[in-house]
Design a binder for this molecule. Structure first.
Ligand SMILES: Cc1ncc(COP(=O)(O)O)c(C=O)c1O
Length: 366
């Protein structure tokens, strides 16, 4: 008899379950301040809470295909209709579904690093080969490098994914660069998880009308503040969305998330309040720490801020450990560009942001 290990497909064998240690810690110790996972610090609006209660009572019922919420999404984004919209259990599931439709073992996914970690995980689980193209670190900025992305394309490239704005750098790629990549015809995912913080005017959604290979992904986890709900979506050409939707897990989005998402999309005021708060706090943190000698702050259009404190002579990991002693969970960032001073924080509530400012200043100036 062969041992069970021999039956696993090689690309799954040995991969550990994805566990986010900082999220585990935050749930175990709720007195710690969660400034690490790009969550929204505000609880759901009353309208959303009412929808949670209302549809909680219908949790004995299977969801339908979500035509109502998909139509609402189409409407908000100025695309033809629900046939241009696919729903996911968070946008993470959307990446998974798209990857499964295009990628065979040994084929390549191009990502632009540093970036969100899920692209790599979903690529690995399919036996794909991840090609990481680094951004350029120049004059205290991390810049998109479209030439390098285009140069990384081979005949095995099946997906290119770029987040806009990018996590963790918080900046946008130039609109003309999207066209240069889209013109290649390769499935091109533009991950707009944080775009609502700058408004949909910054979205590249218009590209889907011209390019069948472009897919836009979004989530309600960030500006809408519903990370625990798990709701994301993709926008694309109707034929492409139709084909990818064929690979969806049946009833992947539950009755509660589907209808609560609709309420959240309708509660325009709640979104605006969250966006305004976030953006003024980002500015406040950036201004407050602008005078710390040697600390590089990356101007963010999202709900997190990346720092490089290498020139202070202190490491990012030590910063994160120091913050934890003060009750704040920050996010470490592995050394890159030969520098080890990186860390990131997610915006919290007003008092949390002030604690973070004091903690960072104390760490670098003590
Ligand atoms: C760039 C980016 N895309 C997507 C997501 C995932 O969001 P979701 O909660 O919709 O799976 C994140 C979460 O941190 C992110 O940073």
């Amino acid at each position: 008899m062969k041992p069970i290990e021999n039956y696993f497909v090689p690309w799954v064998k040995g991969i550990p379950m994805y566990v986010s240690s900082h999220i585990e810690l935050a749930w175990r110790q709720p007195d710690l301040h969660r400034m690490m996972s790009n969550e929204n610090p505000w609880e759901p609006s009353l309208m959303v809470q009412e929808a949670i209660n209302k549809y909680g009572k219908l949790a004995n019922r299977y969801p339908d295909q979500g035509l109502v919420v998909r139509s609402k999404i189409a409407d908000i984004n100025g695309v033809a209709g629900p046939e241009n919209v696919m729903l996911g259990n968070g946008s993470s599931e959307i990446f998974d579904n798209i990857f499964r439709c295009f990628l065979q073992p040994g084929e390549e996914v191009i990502q632009h690093t540093p970036c969100f970690g899920i692209y790599k995980l979903r690529c690995n689980i399919l036996g794909g080969k991840l090609v990481s193209v680094p951004m350029v670190y120049k004059e205290e900025q991390l810049l998109f490098d479209t030439n390098a992305i285009l140069a990384a394309i081979t005949d095995k490239t099946k997906i290119i994914v770029v987040a806009n704005p990018n996590n963790p750098t918080g900046n946008f790629m130039a609109p003309t660069d999207f066209i240069r990549i889209a013109d290649k015809g390769i499935p091109f995912i533009i991950d707009e998880a944080y775009v609502e913080f700058s408004g949909l005017g910054k979205s590249q959604v218009e590209l889907i009308k011209k390019y069948k290979n472009v897919l836009i992904t979004r989530t309600l986890s960030k500006a809408y503040g519903l990370a625990g709900l798990r709701f994301g979506y993709a926008l694309g050409d109707k034929d492409v969305i139709g084909q990818i939707s064929a690979a969806l897990f049946p009833w992947n989005v539950g009755t509660i998330p589907m209808w609560v998402a609709l309420a959240a999309l309708e509660d325009v005021e709640a979104l605006q309040k969250r966006v305004n708060f976030n953006n003024s706090e980002v500015d406040f943190i950036q201004e407050s720490l602008g005078d710390v000698p040697g600390l590089i702050i990356f101007h963010s259009h999202s709900n997190y801020i990346l720092f490089d404190g290498t020139d202070t002579g202190k490491s990012g990991d030590d910063m994160v450990a120091f913050a934890l002693e003060k009750g704040l969970i920050f996010r470490p960032q592995k050394p890159m560009y030969g520098r080890d001073g990186w860390f990131r924080l997610t915006l919290g509530r007003k008092e949390e942001n002030r604690m973070a400012i004091d903690t960072i200043r104390e760490f670098y100036t003590q």
